[in-house]
Design a protein around this ligand. Structure first.
Ligand code: DGY
Length: 316
């Protein structure tokens, strides 16, 4: 049986999947759509990256594919409904990356509120000439209202961590979650209340038809002028050119982005701004977690192809 792996993973995949024919791209260069189409034709399984688009055209090229294991918790890059119609199981990597991604969200948030990157550049550029009462003043997290948009496992974990900062936590998601409220002390509010009441808004939602462009200039105008927006979900939840305008015109005061609307392209204007911290989509990027994600993808493939059972992490 043949398994395609579209990019190099931090895991001894050749040992773990011995016995299979591996078509392994052992580089960190993305495969083109045409390359994936060619490779998938006679594949039984494929391990994909979130940057690979697995649409109807790609799925139709596969003749014997049984499983797609996506190396990410988000799966908006895969037409999972069409895969289901074709009898292909689609899996993601839940749970193993929850804490890591939540930690990154908090790190990004503190980088913006306490101007960490600006501070580093300041020192690096040899501008530190002594302690000053007004040097790089930021904003406290303590007692602020933090609104989390998307209250799945990652959103809840961000809430649990932020509890330690004594913030007032509110959230908005598809359905009110009583258990999560007990765990985090967060209160469910409407979307409009979330954006008008929050000092900090953290997007931890998946990308789908409901969440796409949920944050545009109209929403930014409803936020506090002092508000900070953090996005660790998916780029297209925020209209990037609108965010640029909002940050430039002082409609809101700052942003931290780990994800972008058209990755790896970034709206040019954002590079001019000082009130933004941008990261190259590294939410789940710790050594332990990226290894665990790779093992989970392999286990998903083994479950479908060898153990003939539906993996717990199948999403279709
Ligand atoms: C995911 O797994 O969907 C995250 O975006 C990775 O950082």
């Amino acid at each position: 049986m043949k398994i395609v792996i579209t990019q190099k993973l931090p895991f001894d995949i050749e040992k773990y999947l011995q016995g299979f024919v591996l078509d392994y791209n052992k580089t960190d260069n993305e495969l083109s759509k045409d390359e994936i189409i060619k490779k998938i034709q006679d594949a039984d399984g494929i391990i994909t990256m979130l940057s690979d688009t697995i649409d109807k055209e790609v799925i139709d090229a596969a003749t014997k594919l049984k499983v797609i294991a996506n190396y990410a918790v988000g799966y908006n890059n895969i037409d999972f409904n069409y895969a289901k119609k074709r009898g292909i199981v689609v899996c993601n990597t839940p749970d193993v990356l929850t804490e890591t991604t939540a930690e990154l969200a908090v790190a990004l948030l503190l980088s913006v509120t306490r101007r960490i990157v600006e501070g580093h550049k300041f020192v690096e550029n040899k501008k530190f000439k002594g302690w000053k009462p007004e040097l790089l003043l930021g904003m406290d997290l303590y007692k602020k209202t933090v609104g989390i948009y998307g209250f799945g496992k990652i959103g809840q974990t961000i809430g649990r961590i932020l509890k330690g900062f004594d913030v007032n936590l509110i959230y908005n998601t598809r359905n009110k979650n009583y258990q999560a409220e007990l765990l985090t002390g967060a209160k469910y509010v409407t979307f409009d209340s979330l954006i008008t009441e929050s000092d900090i808004i953290i997007i931890a939602a998946p990308l789908n038809e409901t969440t796409k462009y949920r944050f545009t200039i109209s929403e930014f105008k409803m936020m506090k002028p002092s508000a900070i927006l953090i996005n660790i979900g998916r780029g297209p939840i925020v209209k990037e050119d609108d965010l640029y305008l909002a940050l430039k015109e002082g409609v809101i005061s700052g942003a931290g982005l780990d994800v972008f609307e058209h990755e790896p392209k970034i709206f040019e204007g954002l590079f001019e701004l000082n009130n933004i911290v941008m990261l190259p989509h590294i939410g789940s990027a710790s050594t332990e977690t990226r290894k665990a994600m790779a093992k989970l993808c392999c286990d998903s493939v083994l479950d479908v192809l060898i153990n003939k059972k539906k993996p717990f992490n199948s999403i279709n």
